[in-house]
Design a protein around this ligand. Sequence first.
Ligand SMILES: Cc1cc2nc3c(=O)[nH]c(=O)nc-3n(C[C@H](O)[C@H](O)[C@H](O)COP(=O)(O)OP(=O)(O)OC[C@H]3O[C@@H](n4cnc5c(N)ncnc54)[C@H](O)[C@@H]3O)c2cc1C
Length: 561
Amino acid sequence: MLAERCTQRKTYHTSQETTANSSSPSTFMELQSPTVTYQNYHLLLSAIALLLGFNLLYILRSNAKKRRKSKEIETKLSNDADNDGLQLTETGGNTDVIIVGAGVAGAALACILAKDGRRVHVIERDLTEPDRIVGELLQPGGYLKLIELGLEDCVDGIEAQQVFGYAIYMDGRNTKLSYPLEKFESDISGRSFHNGRFIQRMREKAASLPNVKLEQGTVTSLLEKNGTVQGVYYKTKDGQTMTAHAPLTIVCDGCFSNLRRALCKPKVEVPSCFVGLVLENIDLPYANHGHVILADPSPILFYPISNTEVRCLVDVPGQKVPSIANGEMANYLKTVVAPQIPHELYDAFVTAVDKGNIRTMPNRSMPADPQPTPGALLMGDAFNMRHPLTGGGMTVALSDIVLLRDLLRPLRNLNDSTTLCNYLECFYTLRKPVSSTINTLAGALYKVFCASPDPARKEMRNACFDYLSLGGMCSEGPISLLSGLNPRPLVLFLHFFAVAIYGVGRLLIPFPSPKRLWLGARLISGASGIIFPIIKSEGVRQMFFPATIPAYYKVKAPQVA
Ligand SMILES: Cc1cc2nc3c(=O)[nH]c(=O)nc-3n(C[C@H](O)[C@H](O)[C@H](O)COP(=O)(O)OP(=O)(O)OC[C@H]3O[C@@H](n4cnc5c(N)ncnc54)[C@H](O)[C@@H]3O)c2cc1C
């Protein structure tokens, strides 16, 4: 209907132009012959009257057609509702953007779009404070994005902890990697916190804005007409089924998204699960640092989330975890995991297991593969996921929001669905270099950090730990990628293969035996087998050469950091 309205407006414009043009030859004739007869003058007037009459008739007809069309849509809507056995109620048609889900992405987006003057309707399934083990460490690159969005005060007053880097442990050795923050003010660092507290602060901020309507409700499906999304169907807190309309619907319903299927081709993988515990009243060996233990079979993480609590996430490969209910999980944590963690943390870890507040969460990864749809956009985990080992999810989501805000700013009329679609296609292309670097790093590092019986993979893991321990650019490059401060695809590619070449060099120097040569070749082939499939799924062209994609030029792009 929107497209039709555009066409109608265009046709009306053209007929006005035709009127002007057709009158000009007559005027020219008048000037040419001074002896214009009364009859000619009469004929000219009749022609003009005829044209005006046609014009008037056309306008009246198109108005009637418009009225008939909207009547048809209304009837169809109520028929649809009747067919479903639902009682639909219309919400007011004065919304610019509907946001589904008020998690990290949805709540931040609501604040930002509302600050830009858009009228925003946020529909969130559960407005109580979430209690989850996800999204607890915001990398410094993500914190910088939070500042760009003017939301940095959302980490104030929630006991958020500053994070300055990581400590990596392997086989009784450890190395400290500091974020390259020298160029920044002292306030700039990573932040770790209770995810629910952070989200609640952003929701409060959004709800305090006069042009945001934050409502509790569950969106059941998208409202689509002729290939254009025009809003959503949702169930309110008290079970009423409603529809909401807006020219743009942004779906941010998280990693378990039910709505993404209509807007992308989801290829979700679950390489592992995280098992979460909280350690209380314990100091980490390196204060204000994340700790990564390269354990067997896979990594273990520790980082502070409040003044007195430390989050521990134990990675368990595969989609199944030992049962918590029958005690298998506690047994696994005490017998397999506990012996591998630093001795300073051992007692607190066992106490946390005994306390029993064990939580699990699948670690999903899904490359972004959007199907540009007029009127709708996916954001956050609904759109794109990566292994949470490197804590990159919130940084990608916030970076996407900055980009979208800057792109949409000049577009005051969101009702122009064709132009809006160009903007959305451009967004999908411009976000690629940053998001795919963070995604690829997460996937590749997870594979390198997992223990393996394969000697080539063992060599790669050892080489990676030793490469990071070398310091200088060997630690600064990778940590600047991980922190989100320098998410450049080429830097990632070069460091990844530098690790592999470093591993081969160690094998061949000083005495390259045929066996070592063969192991070196397998190391390189293993490294390629890790990184190339991830890069392929992200899209080689979009990741490394986005400027060769036509969508890049569809709108005047803002500067991408
Ligand atoms: C174990 C784990 C640990 C992680 N750790 C980190 C980390 O340390 N750092 C980091 O940056 N990232 C981390 N991530 C990733 C991070 O959590 C996500 O990237 C981030 O939460 C994505 O935000 P989102 O808004 O897309 O989704 P969410 O924050 O999950 O929000 C989705 C919202 O949508 C609502 N919703 C869902 N369905 C509907 C519906 N039908 N109608 C209405 N509302 C709906 C939900 O209630 C929820 O509030 C981790 C992920 C996992 C799995």
